[in-house]
Design a protein around this ligand. Structure first.
Ligand SMILES: [Zn+2]
Length: 234
């Protein structure tokens, strides 16, 4: 049984028996995995806070052949999310981040871009980024990295490249855009503010300042929630 080590983000934990825990974690090198941490529910557990949801920890684990669950040997905390969980709204947003990673990430597939996205979002939230903005930014990128965020900059009918200021419509089903030159009778308009915001999000890193909280953000938030519901049932 070889011992592996990887930096990981803790996603969820479940009690197992009297003293143990099942831990779902997103390992940087190996992707999403689940493991058993023996004794993690005891008062004086050697794991401390290293297995709390959203903790960034260095985990050592044994992998058993033909077994889904690895055995977590040690976990050392690199960065604690305690600051986030002290504020209710930020804690809810952090919970949403964990939930989406858990839903959209396949098991055993390393995805460094998603790992970096989670770390960046957590840091921005800690540094005071407006919660609605951080949440929207994370959703756009998570959906995009999962391969389901529609391309707003190419017409799905004629393949014409669309500029920021071009008028465009969302095809029925809200999964593709159509330019104004193509038949858009059954399509619905999309706010220029939304397109501008997506453009910004795809070009800029997120930090503590975030961005503008306005009509475009509310609209994009609603679209994101629609796509999350639509695609997470796959
Ligand atoms: Zn077109």
């Amino acid at each position: 049984m070889p011992l592996h080590q990887s930096d990981a983000i803790i996603l969820k934990t479940y009690p197992l028996g009297e003293a143990d825990r099942i831990v779902s974690f997103f390992s940087r090198d190996r992707g999403k995995m689940r493991g058993v941490a023996n004794g993690a529910r005891r008062m004086k557990s050697r794991f401390g806070a290293s297995l709390e949801p959203l903790a960034h920890s260095r985990i050592q684990f044994f992998e058993k052949e033909n077994r889904d669950l690895v055995r977590i040997q040690t976990a050392e905390i690199l960065d604690s999310p305690m600051k986030l969980f002290a504020d209710y709204d930020r804690a809810v947003c952090a919970g949403h981040v964990v939930d989406l990673v858990d839903r959209f990430l396949p098991e055993h597939e390393p995805q460094d871009a998603v790992f970096r996205l989670v770390r960046m979002t957590v840091r921005a939230l800690e540094e005071g980024c407006p919660i609605e903005f951080a949440s929207c930014y994370f959703d756009v990128w998570m959906l995009r990295l999962a391969g389901v965020f529609p391309d707003l900059f190419v017409c799905s009918a004629c393949s014409r490249k669309l500029e920021l200021q071009d008028e465009r419509f969302m095809a029925s089903g809200l999964q593709a855009v159509i330019c104004s030159a193509c038949d858009h009778r059954t399509a619905t308009g999309i706010l220029g503010d939304v397109v501008g915001l997506v453009y910004w999000i795809l070009k800029s890193p997120l930090d503590g300042n975030g961005g503008e909280v306005g009509r475009g953000l509310r609209n994009l938030h609603e679209l994101n929630q629609y796509w999350i519901r639509h695609y997470s049932g796959r």
